[in-house]
Design a protein around this ligand. Sequence first.
Ligand code: CFM
Length: 545
Amino acid sequence: MATAKKKLVQWEPTDVKKELLKKYPAKVARKRAKQILINEALENTTPEITANVRTIPGIITMRGCTYAGCKGVIMGPTRDIINLVHGPIGCSFYAWLTRRNQTDAGVDGENYIPYCFSTDMQDSDIIFGGEKKLAAAIQEIYDIFHPKAITIFATCPVGLIGDDIHTVARNMKAQLGDCNVFAFSCEGYKGVSQSAGHHIANNQVFTHMVGENNDEKAGEYKINLLGEYNIGGDGFEIDRILRKCGITTISTFSGNSTYDQFASAHKADLSCVMCHRSINYVADMMETKFGIPWIKVNFIGAKSTIKSLRKIAEYFGDQKLIDRVEAVIAEEMPAVDAVCSDVLTRTAGKTAMLFVGGSRAHHYQDLFAEMGMKTISAGYEFAHRDDYEGRRVIPTLKVDADSRNIEEIEVEADPERFKPRKTEAELKALEDKGFKFKEYDGIMPDMDPGALVIDDCNQYEAEKLVELMKPDIFCAGIKEKFSIQKLGVPMKQLHSYDSGGPYAGFKGAVNFYKEIDRLVNSKVWSYMKAPWQESPELSATYVWE
Ligand code: CFM
């Protein structure tokens, strides 16, 4: 049924919303209605969206858990720290190398990412407590690997039985002497999604590692790249471009990162925030404690990459850098333009839907726009209102019981190391020219009026949307992949990139154009027919008949 020819163009966004809600019990429909908006952002009359709230029980959400956000997302890409999961083996096994954060082990070769470290809790540990087993595991890791740091992750049962992982960490750190040991209270149930896990991870990274190494770092135009996780090698492509421009990356949080990068992050002169959702508070803390200003960047999309590079150059204000950035853009863009104009003839006017995490549903709209494609519906799994409506709503965000679960750390200016990177007058001069610091307007202003913005979209709604609106491509994750393809619509995973990528930067844009062109122009999906679509009444006989 789901062929492009049968597009039901008569569906108005308000009708689509009604259809999505129709099957729900009244109370559920009322709640979901607040998480589904019809975008009117250009006039800026869109009412507030409900986000970062618990998924309604019974709904099959696309979200992950707090442990996933802490262990998998933030700490997962760090190569020379040993991440030890305190819990039953499943929590570790199913988080083992499933996120495609790539690593280059560098000259030192220290890389623990291929390993899986777990305390493998058993029934007896749940009954009698697992602290001794945890301490023994830390000792064993130390004896075998001598890593710079060991971090401990609490899984759900650890919180339930009350193991004091922080005390174990403190004692082991003192006992070992030359290994930093600290823990995360990131039990899966701790928040409403992986977003809570990001926050728990980042707070501890900031407390236990940032600022530890005071050695001067070589290089010019020093930046931190915050919220870039090197999925499918995105970070490598961004590094390539930055290096070519002469920009020095002191740290990346946390794609292909090392202990020393976290420890030296306070030596940078600018923080560039890629994924706002997972890390914006770290950028704020860096500014408060060390005086490093921050800007929002986006390296997904060739135009966004150009904009971000120019913004970094404008911040440093050095003509040498400004010229170098322009030279790099001039050198890189012909190859990008050539592929873009080729695919445009086949991709312009096609439609996309994006339901991904907390930032990609926004960033990837830029790439689709470059291909002349329109995003008719998009939303985040777990972002907060500021990622939809912009940072201006932050002061009005309600603090509920779930947010209260996450420790807010108090940060003050460091008495010795706080150093304003620019004078008040310099900052003002930049701002007067339209330069924006710590600004993010969210996804909604960039979406067309009438587009459907859906927070925490679920399996049922995803299938319903595809059925009603027939997008030319649907982007989400592995849980959605096959149900969407079975509806006859191509599906691109924008978490893992379906083993593809990189899609960031210039070379990434070219990869993406080609991949999407191939997908949206493939007829194979429309040929798919389930048996019941050919003959709606299935009949069968019992073998003994
Ligand atoms: Fe940030 Fe991410 Fe994302 Fe995210 Fe993620 Fe990811 Fe994502 Mo999957 S940190 S919010 S928790 S950009 S793992 S690299 S793709 S959901 S949109």
